[in-house]
Design a protein around this ligand. Structure first.
Ligand code: ADP
Length: 385
């Protein structure tokens, strides 16, 4: 018999205090762990759910180092953190999820694409451009998608370049120019890897994008795919994490092209928006799973309890200011619908303010309810009284 009671409670820190950190902390409440968060805003969504909040800059070496010193483990909820400090902390015995080496590759789209190429992980063809003048010389490579190597997120830092006339829209900084993929579907798959290298993969999800805002509009899980494509996804995601050689949670975004080729678009080395339905929809959620990994427990079961859809609640156009949730009562009356509001005081157009998960055995019902929620629940500014 092994007894754990005598072991001291582990101290685990999260860099970043947004909604991902918030949901991670909700799952932490089930385990013996002392939680710490660092973020520069004391009113951030995760601040009041941890045992100890530190106001600090997650991109600053000293802030990250001082925060992590003496902890058992650190994880991230955003890639843009000071990885040099994480490297030093790792040398001093702090476990880092994901490893700083994996984070370094993923953080930079040039290194990420080179990593896929070096390990024969299918991904779109690309060339590297260092400035705008260099980009101008690649009219023969079009149509293509130009992506900033560092600092882009949620579609910012991504520019479609269809013809030579669009070349001016590209970035004047180190970037990758990727061949345009004729996309049939965009898929995401989340995979957890523990310290022993064992892994658990969640069923793949279909991502449907808002073309204008370039943000996830809704998603369906499990994705509707042929068995052959599912096998390809599984093989590619497994190979990817094996080569990254890091424990943690990884979200792999993939394109299925018109010929059913599977290509990796990008990887996030953390819990991810495409896995929020796992809170209610799967036996072990992506958040629960990451705690299991960090606390050295057995991996959980990634299988779905029921098919699910997620609708993201984005700040409505034309509304900036104190957030208010129009239609919330109507949505809360629905069966098998789960509302998550992230607690951000201020809304602005396109800001991720929450999400709603729908569970149903019927795909038609999922799509119907997703549309109903999108049309009913709006994040607006509070009416002046
Ligand atoms: P971000 O990291 O900002 O989310 P992505 O690299 O995921 O940016 O790109 C955003 C979107 O642009 C993708 O979801 C996809 O719709 C489109 N896109 C990106 N790369 C390609 C490509 N090589 N071919 C076609 N479309 C692409």
């Amino acid at each position: 018999m092994i007894y754990f009671a005598a072991m001291s409670t582990k101290k685990i820190g999260i860099l970043g205090g947004g909604q991902l950190g918030r949901m991670l902390l909700q799952a932490a409440a089930n385990y013996p762990v002392d939680t710490f968060v660092m973020e520069n805003d004391a009113a951030c969504p995760a601040a009041h759910l941890c045992h100890q909040f530190t106001k600090g800059d997650i991109t600053n070496f000293d802030d990250v180092y001082n925060f992590g010193k003496g902890m058992d483990a650190i994880t991230i909820e955003i890639e843009n953190v000071n990885e040099d400090a994480l490297e030093v902390l790792q040398k001093e015995g702090v476990k880092i999820y994901p490893s700083p080496a994996a984070l370094k590759i993923i953080k930079n789209k040039i290194l990420q694409k080179q990593f896929y190429k070096a390990h024969q992980i299918p991904s779109s063809e690309f060339i590297i451009t260092t400035n705008a003048a260099e980009l101008q010389q690649h009219a023969g490579y079009l149509p293509a998608v130009h992506k900033l190597a560092m600092g882009g997120y949620d579609g910012r830092g991504v520019q479609v370049i269809k013809t030579a006339a669009d070349l001016d829209k590209g970035f004047d900084a180190p970037s990758v120019l990727e061949k345009m993929v004729p996309i049939k579907k965009e898929i995401a798959v989340i995979i957890a890897v523990d310290d022993k290298g064992e892994h658990a993969m969640y069923p793949a999800v279909d991502m449907v994008f808002d073309q204008r805002l370039n943000l996830l509009e809704y998603q369906l899980s499990p994705a509707e795919l042929t068995e052959k494509v599912l096998w390809k996804i599984e093989a590619i995601a497994t190979k990817l994490v094996q080569n990254l050689n890091s424990a943690g949670i990884f979200a792999v975004e993939l394109f299925i092209d018109k010929d059913d080729n599977v290509l990796v678009n990008e990887t996030a080395p953390r819990v991810h928006n495409s896995g929020h339905h796992t809170i209610e929809g799967n036996y072990s959620s992506q958040f629960d799973m990451l705690w299991r990994v960090m606390l050295g427990y057995p991996l959980g079961c990634a299988e779905a309890i029921l098919p699910a859809a997620i609708v993201n609640l984005l700040g409505a156009e034309g509304h900036s200011g104190e957030a208010s949730y129009e239609g919330l009562n109507d949505i809360l009356k629905l069966e098998n619908v789960f509302v998550h509001i992230y607690g951000k005081k201020q809304t602005k157009p396109g800001r991720k303010m929450g999400h709603v998960t729908i569970l149903s055995k019927e795909k038609q019902e999922l799509v119907h309810q997703a549309n109903r929620i999108k049309n009913t629940l709006k994040v607006v500014t509070a009416p002046v009284t």
